[in-house]
Design a protein around this ligand. Structure first.
Ligand code: PMP
Ligand code: GLU
Length: 386
């Protein structure tokens, strides 16, 4: 009955485990969940107020497929101000979360046997979307020893005549690693002269620690700008996961036109109220709130790292961005799925097995959780591994 492509599509494990943790909690079980990739903060008030205004003004109708002009303009201004990227509003499409932007992009560019290079560990969704489109995910392995970043040599080796796209996530989910400007320049040299597209997923751009500097992939050179599709959103930076807002930008009119056609036949526009509210998340009005959350995440990261380091059998590379620890459990287990299952059933602590991100021997711990839970959760992890 079902198509071949849907039969091979796996459910998102990050969503499955966070949903399970939420259900167990609702049943009254003592569960501490570090599984969701979701800030525990509320959406800033300025954004909510814009949504209320939009509702009261009756902005409740269909809009243009890519988004209202004011929104596309706000995204274009943001990309210039924060990222030094000059995209015209007509080069931008707003979608139902960055996940939907990625779906549109991969559907428009990838078909049978196209290879997509994905550095591993990767965010769960990429290989699934590639396979769903008929493409072949080609992973490049990285470990904590290389700071979870690919080298130009690794990239060169992975490229074949079938390579259509490279997905770069900086800062990374699940490792928090960030590519420096120099590192991106080295990768750009390898791509020069090829017709490989780059999907730059910059969802965690605002969550950067230790004074680290963020560089947008497309800002490296004109060559990179032309081949890159910049993907971003507001789910993580301003705690808007439930609003469903993401966007992508590319100077390639043919590609943008194709994705608009796809969206016009699938989702039409995104929620009209979300569009008005999102402007306040992009134009600087929420910057104070973003900074408050960032500072709090940095404090929680330091606390979680300190506590994990006290557990002899575990080790972790200090993430420079995002809100995850990708903990090495190899001294304890080489089966991250079993480790996560047993930890949940024995200690009520939910983590995501590294296997979901393509890297066995690790688990992902989200520190977008309150300090009290972090302290108690890591205490339980310590009891579990000893
Ligand atoms: N990219 C990355 C790296 C993510 O971690 C996520 C979700 N956590 C997304 C994209 C999608 O986010 P959303 O659909 O909520 O915008
Ligand atoms: N991306 C988040 C995560 O990694 C949310 C869940 C999902 O969209 O897969 O947990």
């Amino acid at each position: 009955m079902l198509t071949k492509r849907i039969q091979i599509l796996n459910e998102s494990m990050t969503i499955a485990i966070s949903t399970l943790a939420r259900e167990l909690k609702a049943e009254g079980k003592d569960i501490l969940s570090f599984s969701a990739g979701e800030p525990d903060f509320d959406t800033p008030q300025v954004i909510k107020e814009e949504a209320i205004k939009a509702l009261n003004k009756g902005f409740t109708k269909y809009t243009a497929v890519a988004g209202i002009p004011e929104l596309l303009k706000a995204i274009s201004v943001k990309l210039e101000r924060d990222n030094n990227l000059l995209y015209k509003p007509s080069n931008i499409i707003a979608s139902n979360g960055a996940k939907h932007s990625l779906f549109n992009l991969i559907q428009a560019l990838i078909e049978d046997n196209d290879e997509v290079i994905i550095p591993s560990p990767y965010w769960v969704t990429y290989p699934e979307l590639v396979r769903y489109s008929g493409g072949v995910p080609v992973t490049i392995e990285t470990t904590d020893e290389s700071g979870f970043k690919i080298t130009p040599e690794q990239l060169k080796k992975a490229i074949t005549p079938k390579t259509k796209m490279l997905i770069l996530t900086t800062p990374s989910n699940p490792t928090g690693s960030i590519y420096s400007k120099e590192e991106l320049e080295e990768l750009a040299k390898v791509l020069k002269g090829t017709d490989i597209f780059v999907c730059a997923d910059e969802m965690y751009e605002k969550l950067i620690y230790d004074g680290e500097k963020f560089t947008s992939v497309a800002s490296i050179s004109d060559d990179m700008f032309q081949r890159t599709i910049t993907v971003n959103g507001l789910s993580k930076s301003v705690a808007m996961t439930g609003w469903r807002f993401g966007y992508l930008a590319s100077p390639n009119d043919e590609l943008i036109g194709a994705m608009k056609r796809l969206q016009s036949q699938s989702a039409s526009n995104i929620n009209s109220i979300t569009q008005y509210a999102a402007i306040a998340g992009l134009d600087g009005r929420a910057d104070k709130d973003i900074e408050i959350m960032r500072v709090e995440f940095e404090k929680r990261r330091d606390l979680a790292i300190k506590l994990i380091e006290e557990i002899e059998a575990l080790s972790v590379v200090k993430p420079k961005g995002a809100f995850y620890l990708f903990i090495n459990i190899k001294k304890v287990s080489n089966d991250s799925m079993k480790f996560a299952k047993d930890l949940l059933s024995e200690k009520g602590v939910a983590l995501i097995p590294g296997l979901a991100f393509g890297s066995e021997g690790y688990v992902r711990f989200s520190f977008a959780t309150d300090e009290k839970s972090i302290i108690e959760g890591i205490k339980r992890i310590k009891e579990f591994v000893s």
